[in-house]
Design a binder for this molecule. Structure first.
Ligand SMILES: Cc1cc2nc3c(=O)[nH]c(=O)nc-3n(C[C@H](O)[C@H](O)[C@H](O)COP(=O)(O)O)c2cc1C
Length: 509
């Protein structure tokens, strides 16, 4: 990520919590960026105008970093602006030095977010207070990007506590991650659009389910629950509409949550095709579908895209018995991609990467837009917490290779600014909306699970992987199990008729 300049207008960074935190995290995530802290470079407030103008000339993206003071920029930054953005440099008939550059305002604000609404205490949004600054940049021929803003960033020495400081430091890191995402996106020129296709929400999964794959489920607390959901994604490259997975089938009955459920995907938002339309696309527009793996909650509507080629790992295509002129069994013959040894080009900037473990034909997809990487990883982890804590879920077909894949994913996100797009946690949607870049050093903050209406046990058992419900009254004719067979009496080799998981993946429904 080159040609990024941050000018920090905080008048006293030594006393700062938020801006200092943002700068140190931003510098770590975007080491190529040049950061100029005006109070440190110019303790006497006497600027080297030529040096400042030269730094601006060299930049493609210019970040103005500051705390909001009296609804405006601090005096130090105002002085800098007035002196450096001189006639003949930034404006006037020969003052074209900033034309075409992008300006990104990064601001911290003391009062809480609810105060900065038209009906709130301040009567205006933060962006409205930034108007003179944003308009000045436009006057200088700059393209103004959406500001990155954090509210409630007030630390009062002697009044605020150590816990307040820690909370603010966390918010500052998160702010820096959003900023880094916005910069990467700006450098990419916003060529690509990625959207979530939202299918289920307000579910949960237990800690043993999400993290117990290597150490064993009993090492984790079944009372700890993470938020769960189900969403897939669509990539619009400008010339192609590419789906990553196709959700559950429209006729999927959903899951019934019980107090013992290991995973409950939540209540339905929309069926897949409707959700795709809500995201702005018709099935006919889709040119390619890339399947991360064979499970029914990722392949449910493969039938619905008449104009699409379907890319899927061979082992999973074979397991599903997929045949037809539109089925492409991925060969991964386009060489390594970063630290992944085998990959296949799907479209310009979009790669399918072999990532065996969760299933034997498992893949993940990485889309690169400028300096920013979107990782659609299927179920390499179920929660983002598991990515940060480096834990495998209990669902895999080859544990050793699932470990190898998770190691590679962690190495990749460490080395590249990556938005981690999960299928089974709403963090996937939240990461996308904020363009939040993964920082493995800063664990994601778990939000509490909302209220769930549990049902009592019924003798039925639900598959934790695909949601199939075994009903003892029905039995399972496909495997010769007569009606009236209790779940406990199913034969040893019995497996889920939909996704082929064993009995151990079932819990009472
Ligand atoms: C002189 C001064 C003026 C401020 N004016 C505002 C203001 O107009 N609105 C607001 O919400 N916060 C205001 N604040 C709070 C700061 O925005 C907040 O403390 C700052 O963003 C925290 O960043 P820091 O920890 O990097 O200093 C003001 C603070 C100071 C010192």
């Amino acid at each position: 990520m080159s040609n990024v300049l941050m000018v920090c207008g905080h008048p006293n960074l030594n006393e700062s919590v938020s801006n200092q935190g943002i700068i140190s995290e931003f510098t770590r995530l975007c080491p190529q960026a040049e950061v100029r802290c005006l109070d440190r470079l110019y303790p006497d407030w006497k600027f080297d105008i030529a040096a400042e103008q030269q730094a601006l000339r060299a930049a493609d993206v210019i970040i103005l970093e500051f705390p909001l003071y009296w609804y405006s920029v601090p005096a130090l930054l105002k002085k800098w602006y007035e002196e450096v953005m001189a006639h003949g440099f930034a404006l006037g008939s020969t003052g074209t030095a900033l034309h075409g550059k992008r300006l990104l305002v990064s601001v911290t604000v003391g009062a809480p977010g609810e105060a900065y609404r038209q009906d709130g205490a301040m009567g205006h949004t933060v962006k409205e207070f930034l108007l003179p600054l944003l308009q000045s940049a436009r006057l200088c021929g700059m393209e103004v990007l959406e500001p990155v803003c954090s509210t409630g960033m007030m630390f009062v020495p002697g009044v605020s506590t150590a816990a307040d400081r820690e909370r603010l430091e966390g918010l500052a890191r998160e702010h820096a991650q959003r900023l880094c995402g916005a910069v990467a996106r700006a450098l990419g020129g916003g060529r690509m659009t990625v959207k979530a296709v939202r299918l289920y929400e307000q579910g949960f999964m237990t800690e043993p389910f999400a993290k117990g794959g290597e150490e064993g489920e009993d090492r984790f607390d079944p009372r700890v629950r993470y938020r769960s959901s189900l969403q897939n994604y669509v990539i619009d490259t400008g010339s192609e509409v590419i789906l990553i997975d196709t959700g559950t089938p429209a006729e999927y009955p959903g899951m019934v949550p019980t107090p013992d459920s290991k995973i409950y995907i939540g209540s339905r938002v929309e069926d897949y095709v409707s959700a795709l339309r809500t995201a702005g696309y018709t099935p006919e527009q889709v040119t390619k579908v890339v399947v991360t793996h064979k499970h029914e909650d990722h392949t449910g509507e493969l039938r619905s895209f008449p104009n699409a080629k379907i890319y899927i790992g061979k082992a999973d295509a074979d397991a599903l018995g997929l045949e037809g002129p539109n089925i492409v069994r991925a060969t991964f013959s386009d060489g390594p991609y970063h630290n992944f040894p085998r990959s296949q080009v799907i479209a310009e900037g979009v790669r399918m990467v072999e990532a065996v473990g969760h299933t034997l034909g498992n893949s993940l997809i990485i889309a690169e837009d400028g300096g920013l990487f979107y990782m659609f990883h299927g179920d390499v982890t179920y929660t983002d917490e598991a990515l940060y804590e480096n834990k495998l879920s209990i669902v895999y077909e080859d544990r050793a290779r699932a470990r190898e894949t998770l190691d590679r994913v962690r190495d990749f996100v460490r080395a590249n600014p990556t938005v981690y797009l999960s299928t089974h946690t709403p963090l996937g949607i939240e990461n996308l909306e904020a363009l939040r870049v993964v920082d493995l050093e800063v664990p994601v903050e778990s939000q509490p699970v909302g209220d769930v209406a549990f049902k009592t046990a019924s003798g039925k058992y639900a598959c934790a992987v695909c949601g199939y419900i075994y009903d003892p009254d029905q039995g399972d004719a496909s495997q010769g199990v007569p009606p009236g067979t209790a779940f406990a009496d199913l034969p040893e080799g019995w497996a889920c008729p939909l996704c082929h998981q064993g009995k151990d993946k079932f819990s009472p429904a």
